[in-house]
Ligand binder design. Sequence first.
Ligand code: MSP
Length: 643
Amino acid sequence: MANKSFYVSTPIYYPSAKLHIGHTLTTTMADTIARYKKMKGYEVFFLTGSDEHGQKIERVAAEEGVKPIEYTDKIVATFKNLWSKMHIDYDDFIRTTEKRHYATVQALFQKIYDQGDIYKSVYEGFYCTSCETFFTKFQLDEGHCPDCGKEVDIVKEESYFFKMSKYADRLLEYIEEHPHFIQPESRRNEMISFIKMGLEDLSISRTTFDWGIPITIDEGHIIYVWFDALTNYITALDYLNDGPLYEKFWVNNEEIVHLVGKDIIRFHTIIWPIILMAAGIKLPTTVFGHGWLLSGGGKMSKSVGNVVDPLVLIEKYGADSLRYFLLREMPGGNDYYYSEDALAHRINVDLANDYGNLLSRTVSMIEKYFAGSLEVQESGFDEDIVALSQEVVASYQLHMDKLEFGSALQEVFKLVGRGNKFIEEVAPWNLVKAGETERLKVVMYELVEIIRLATIMLSPVLVETKAKVEAQLGIGEELFTFEQLNFGALKGEIKVAKGAPLFPRIEFKEVMEQEPEAEKKAPEKAETKSAESGVNLIAIDDFLKCQFKVGRILKSEKVEGADKLLKLQVKVGADEIRTIVAGIAQYYSLEELINKKVVVVYNLKPAKLRGIESQGMLLAAKGESSLKLLTVDGEIEEGAVVS
Ligand code: MSP
């Protein structure tokens, strides 16, 4: 039987500016799922590219005094450079300025026109060039674009219209019959309500600018840039010639996945499916709309001026760390407030302390106790380790298949965390003292297996790391495949060789000890004062910078030489424990704190207090003579977001 196939695409990005980490997120998601499916034996087609037409590009090129194609050539080269640095292994990079794309868009337009679903009339309304979207007066937000807030142009021109309204009921039916078509669920509900409000016919041609694909039968008209852009998904498969890629990855494929940001889900779940329906082409299986990366000022975007350059982060932390961070932190369909501290923290906690450390401890012990050579073990394994490996392998796949990257990675780290805990529990150094060599060999083998399995599961994300682990463990790549993803598959003798740390720890600035001036910096903007209360008011964006999570206190102890401070271990996620130093010693006994569910400021810069790195802060209410920790009103898991 032929292998199953899988098709995944990213949006094609506008080359109106360089890409930022928001775009990098989508492309990393696509690359990771493509690598994961390939590892499972699927035949995969992964497409990305550039959306080069439209008024926006025409305008920026004019501002630079160059032809649009000269401008886009230059920017597209920066896209390709970024993807190569991020190890994005796409199968095709489509540019909408290519001949094959012109021909496909014109043919698709013609097909729908010939069957009577496109007609000529006059468009009168508003157009946002930044979003390349038409709006009616009622859709505007106080005269501005409801999506990006910018000024809109008034447009009155002859235009071709696409009979979208005719297909509204069929589309609703399709969405209802295919619960996985729009993901995540919240986006699906939004789209259903949107369609139920009624669809209007869509203007799909413009006459007031040139930079685009002309309609063959009426060359004064340029095809609407979104009609042009969406068609890229089938151009690249050679829909035009009914080519073998089209047959394999569209017609006979059960998994066609478009990954997009939430702002463009409407185009992908309403306009695109209706174009396909009208042309008699089957619909994709899933459109997944992820949330946005936010930074000071809201959604990260060039126009707000708050973008973070992925190349700088790759240079500083490496592509694998950035890939891991984006996928581990991004909460599926919701937005995420980016901070470089959170990135550094994630690298330290997961990659350096947990994963890297497990490898280096294991390799060191095999070198020390067995001169670097370990014979394979076949029995005497700890049942819970074997059972946990099986559970993690299964749940990792369930999450990956649903594009739940963060949860899949958390599963893997359950196993990694167990490995580190296992070392503490078993204390191999005691086995050495007791002369229990056989048990020691089994323990070492179990640790190697945990690392091997974790490395296979992490390999679609940490693409540079796998080879380094193979080299340190002395295990060939044939044992790092999906077929070998089960505990005990490792056979034969291994010869380990210690290498450089996989992920060197990032040293945080010791904020409080080294940067006391930081607090005193003048505020960047003048603050607004409330007339009633006289307090300084902040914008919602300022508040949204803070992330709070529910934590459970696992351990509390006194801090030597500090009467007021306690050192706490607080569980803030399924597998995340933080050390927090809190000034609450006068108000709570050590015992009464245990198991208390508290509210933790999750994205606070770590600070050193009495030489201890405090990785967060607890919220508390302070009265005249008392202090009470904020807690939650009932049972809820650690890591639940407080907002
Ligand atoms: N050219 C269109 C897409 C056409 S697809 C047929 C486009 N391009 S874009 O360059 O403006 O944006 C591309 C993608 O980047 C969108 O999915 C958008 O959601 C995503 N992002 C842009 N800023 C983002 C963040 N700050 N965070 C996450 N993704 C964001 O739209």
